[in-house]
Write a protein that binds this ligand. Structure first.
Ligand code: G4P
Length: 533
């Protein structure tokens, strides 16, 4: 792949993220994908559960201890002539905001479904985010080596729950103890799994009356499996690429991540069908990935990724053009030129200096405190990508350090962590920034906060819960901020200096709405996505 032009480089980028409910097998399939992609040489190098070897994509100590994936990293490998960027998303619902930001940076998604559990709550929520952005989705029905739901019924469940059509690319020859492999209806081949060796045999077949089917499917389920296969074959519709690109049809694959079975089939069609970087909306019009010069937006900020460096990295999703290390670009919010230095890509603890990157890629640049999530950078003219929405927190606390000398340090620490998007800060204008209220979406974020304050800043803090559950941003009918609200003693300010009211309950909110006619109490989040939380 030497000497490709920037256009060719951009055209071969495929950037995606995996969405799934915890335990559906995201870590396992990630491991198999990067193994097939040649990024690791031994399947088993990656494992991310408590007490076992750390996943290559899970690098924070706390993640390893808790066996959860909190922060996202990017895995890059080549396959089928494409350069694949796999964005790792945290599975736990308390980190949904981080997941949302990551999905904004992806061009397609792989939805992982546990064959026994079907569409679980978290999958549904994440699907809604993809659907909102019309992101094309692949479906992988995992754990076919275990007993599961009746395949046709499961497919119906996915289609009806998510209101999205599925196009089965392959079909399982039995499940659980009777699992023998899959039939791929597109290449008309049977892929058989050998339980003893773990290897697969691939046999072309174009006749349903062929006696060999009887060898491949257990006699107890032979009739029903053949009936299912013929039923899906009768649905003679060709795979509709256009509908897939709009997120209306999802190619579905059956397999087992643990057995590394079917993952290669998914990857093959993924590299064929997944969209490359497309045009992105900005306030100044659409940006074309190939025609336009370098532009991108920050979707993630992470401090202290590497103990040796103790620095802060801002992750840019490149939306157009060609990035080169040390290039000068416009920081569009600050409206000034900056140099993007120390660019790196990450694989777990390992960082590699990046000299070149192209639209579709994610690149981490060293951030001396200049960036916020959602910031745009571009060569030449000013470009502002659509804002990345922020969620309304539901849990609130004040922080205390026993050592008064450390107050200032705490203030600096939480300000830094809020810039990373780990927490949101609400400032009482009468008191000032030294004693802010900290808001989060999920309980586990408080644990991460405490842990990171201790681990990275050497600050032992006590959390004193504040009696709020609702944060609302008051605006008048023209969308202008409103600072005078009757019925509350304090109107707080968020980090953008916008007025916010913090309330104890929905009941308080309803009362406030009645008291303040003409004021809309909204969230900073897109209206259409409110229901996602
Ligand atoms: P997650 O990242 O989505 O949370 O899931 P993860 O990959 O950690 O998988 C959750 C559990 O499901 C793991 O079991 C994993 O081995 C198992 N698993 C994943 N894919 C398959 C599959 O295709 N078939 C079967 N049978 N199991 C699968 P565990 O008990 O937590 O860990 P381990 O003891 O298996 O390592």
């Amino acid at each position: 792949m030497e000497n490709l032009s920037p256009k060719e480089e951009i055209e071969r980028r495929r950037t995606f993220a995996i969405i799934s409910h915890p335990d559906a097998g995201k870590t396992t399939i990630t491991e198999k994908l990067i193994y097939i992609g040649g990024l690791i040489h031994e399947a088993g190098e990656v494992k991310g559960k408590a007490g076992t070897k750390a996943a290559t994509s899970d690098w924070m100590t706390m993640e390893q201890e808790r066996g959860i994936s909190i922060t996202s990293s990017v895995l890059q490998f080549d396959h089928g002539g494409k350069r694949v960027n796999l964005l790792d998303t945290p599975g736990h619902k308390d980190f949904s905001e981080d997941t949302y930001r990551t999905l904004v940076a992806a061009d397609s998604a792989l939805m992982l479904i546990d064959v026994a559990k079907g569409v679980e709550e978290r999958t549904k929520k994440l699907y809604e985010v993809c659907n909102y952005r019309k992101v094309p989705i692949f479906t992988f029905i995992n754990k076919c080596d275990r007993e599961g739901k009746v395949p046709l019924e499961l497919l119906d469940e996915i289609e009806n729950t998510l209101k999205m059509k599925c196009y089965p690319v392959n079909w399982p020859l039995g499940l659980g103890g009777l699992f023998r492999g899959v039939y791929n209806r597109l290449d008309k081949k049977v892929y058989l799994y050998n339980k003893e060796t773990g290897e697969q045999t691939i046999i072309p077949i174009d006749d349903f009356d062929d006696p060999r089917w009887k060898e491949w499917i257990h006699h107890d389920i032979f009739d029903s499996v053949m009936e299912e296969i013929q039923l899906i074959e009768m649905d003679a519709e060709e795979f509709d690429h256009e509908a897939f690109q709009k997120g209306e049809v999802s190619p579905a694959f059956w397999g087992s991540a643990k057995l590394n079975f079917g993952v290669d089939q998914f990857l093959r069609y993924f590299t064929e069908w997944a969209p490359g970087p497309g045009p992105r909306k900005t306030l100044q019009g659409e940006v074309d990935p190939i025609k336009d010069k370098f532009s991108g937006f920050i979707f993630k900020i992470q401090a202290n990724m590497d103990r040796k460096h103790r620095d802060r990295m801002a992750f840019i999703r490149i939306c157009s053009g060609h990035f080169t290390r040390g290039m000068k670009v416009r920081h569009c919010r600050l409206d000034r030129e900056i140099r993007l230095s120390h660019s790196a890509q990450f694989l777990a603890q390992d960082r590699e200096t990046v000299e070149d990157a192209f639209a579709g890629d994610i690149v981490g640049v060293s951030d001396p405190g200049l960036f916020r999530i959602g910031d745009s950078v571009a060569m030449g003219k000013k470009i502002e990508f659509e804002k990345i929405p922020q969620f309304s927190p539901e849990l609130f606390t004040r922080l205390f350090v026993s050592d008064a000398m450390k107050r200032q340090k705490l203030q600096k620490a939480i300000s830094e962590l809020s810039e990373e998007g780990v927490i949101q800060l609400f400032i009482d204008p009468h008191i000032g920034a030294q004693d802010p209220i900290v808001g989060v979406v999920g309980e586990l974020q408080f644990e991460v906060l405490k842990y990171r304050l201790q681990d990275e800043y050497n600050l032992e803090v006590r959390l004193d819960r504040a009696p709020y559950t609702v944060a609302k941003w008051p605006r008048d009918k023209d969308g202008k901020e409103v600072s005078e609200i009757s019925g509350v003693t304090t109107v707080f300010r968020d980090k953008e200096e916008r007025p916010v009211v913090l309330l104890g309950s929905e009941w308080d909110l309803n009362w406030l709405i009645k008291e303040n006619e003409g004021v809309h109490f909204g969230s900073p989040f897109d209206d259409g996505m409110k229901q996602w939380m």
